[in-house]
Design a protein around this ligand. Structure first.
Ligand code: 13P
Ligand code: SF4
Length: 398
């Protein structure tokens, strides 16, 4: 069976490759010429296309993007900053999003109707976002209703989710959060002045939900249960649903999920005095073993503020760790694990795809446009606006 054979199963992870084979890649057909990666003029072509477009294009770049791409971004940031910045250039008809699909969807939701959002390679998805499908989440909600807890549960979704999951949360009185403000989102969900819930269904990253609840809200691991869409009854009893406070969707990041407590012990043995700094998408055993925990933006600020001569083992995506090491030659900065690991889908946005997207815009062709339908966009925006109204975020552990 090819991944596209079953129309009732939305395509999850996208296979790597280049070209226009519809049975092996979703939507990576590039009408016109995708420049060869070996083209020595790519940087010049990107510069020329940017210059020709001038203020008509606004390029956003997530911190996990390759250097070759990030050099052309007008703004860089983590997903929270980029969500805020997306609407910062209302006069630009084109927003080129160098990131992954859910980020481009959020940009489409948060920008004006006259603005068109382009994702240079449609195969830049996110395996974590693909772990929570709307039908699965609706079924899980029915499971909560059957156990008598849906009425007291607030759905909160991590930014790393599809627009229809965000809309589900908006409709259900919940909100979006990012790794910068998950604590504030949970405080809001439980507070009588906020959503007034007794429980939270946290989608789709079980680790961010657990780490925030335990490290920042003082809950215990016993307050958390895992909702597994692949198990009968979602892998939980009615009693477990009634006694738990955090109902964690069984999703994870395939990049941050690779780090282990052994990675931390190993680096401490190799580099005496090293500071271990990790993203809250890492497993609980990793964040409890680490010294500092926070979002991508927090990681960057922490390393920048560190004294010369200090040593840092960073547990996040490799493009960012390599960039931090290059930007701070006065500090020792290493990747937390011995095995290198890029985010394969973030890496789909390469210079050939960026050049292709920009040159197409110069020619008046909007390629790879990301459009969220009006109803989904409305409710997803409700959930995003609740997030944007939260007080500022910070570190998970410092
Ligand atoms: P932040 O950008 O919120 O730090 O999240 C990291 C991530 O994995 C983005 O896909
Ligand atoms: Fe998704 Fe993880 Fe890649 Fe972020 S780093 S886009 S969460 S797979």
């Amino acid at each position: 069976m090819t991944v596209t054979d079953n129309p009732s199963t939305p395509v999850p992870l996208l296979l790597l490759g280049r070209g226009a084979d519809p049975t092996s890649e979703r939507g990576v057909e590039c009408p016109g010429d995708l420049p060869a990666a070996s083209d020595p003029d790519l940087v010049e072509r990107a510069r020329a296309a940017r210059a020709a477009l001038g203020e008509r294009v606004f390029v956003l770049g997530h911190h996990y993007q390759r250097d070759e791409v990030i050099q052309f971004a007008d703004v860089t940031g983590d997903s929270f900053k980029l969500a805020r910045d997306a609407a910062a250039r209302p006069t630009a008809p084109y927003i080129v999003f160098c990131g992954v699909h859910f980020m481009a969807e959020s940009a489409d939701i948060l920008t004006g109707d006259h603005q068109q959002v382009v994702l240079p390679d449609l195969a830049a998805g996110c395996s974590m976002a693909d772990m929570a499908r709307l039908l699965q989440v609706e079924d899980a909600w029915a499971r909560l209703a059957a156990a008598g807890v849906a009425d007291v549960t607030v759905p909160i979704t991590y930014m790393n989710s599809s627009a229809d999951i965000k809309a589900f949360c908006g409709r259900g009185g919940g909100a979006v959060c990012t790794s910068s403000n998950a604590r504030q989102a949970l405080d809001w969900a439980f507070s009588p002045e906020g959503a007034g819930g007794q429980k939270v269904l946290f989608l789709p990253d079980q680790h961010l939900g657990r780490n925030t609840a335990v490290l920042q809200l003082g809950m215990s691991l016993d307050d958390c249960v895992v909702i597994d869409p692949h198990k009968p009854d979602f892998g939980v009893t009615d009693q477990e649903l009634r006694s738990a406070t955090m109902l964690l969707w069984k999703g994870h990041c395939s990049v941050h999920g690779r780090f282990s407590a052994d990675s931390v012990a190993d680096v401490r043995a190799r580099i005496p005095g090293v500071n271990v700094l990790v993203h809250p998408e890492c497993k609980h055993e990793v964040v409890t073993a680490a010294d500092y925990v926070g979002s991508t933006e927090y990681i960057i600020k922490t390393v920048a503020a560190a004294p010369a001569g200090s040593a840092w083992a960073v547990g996040t995506e490799l493009n960012l760790v390599k960039r931090l090491a290059a930007e701070h030659p006065d500090k020792t900065i290493v990747f937390l694990d011995r095995t290198v690991c890029f985010c394969a889908t973030m890496n789909r946005i390469d210079l050939p795809h960026l050049v292709w997207a920009l040159e197409s815009l110069v020619e008046g062709r909007v390629v790879n446009r990301i459009v969220v339908d009006d109803d989904t966009a409305h409710w997803a925006r409700v959930a995003l606006d609740r997030m944007l109204a939260l007080p500022g975020g910070g570190a998970v552990k410092n």
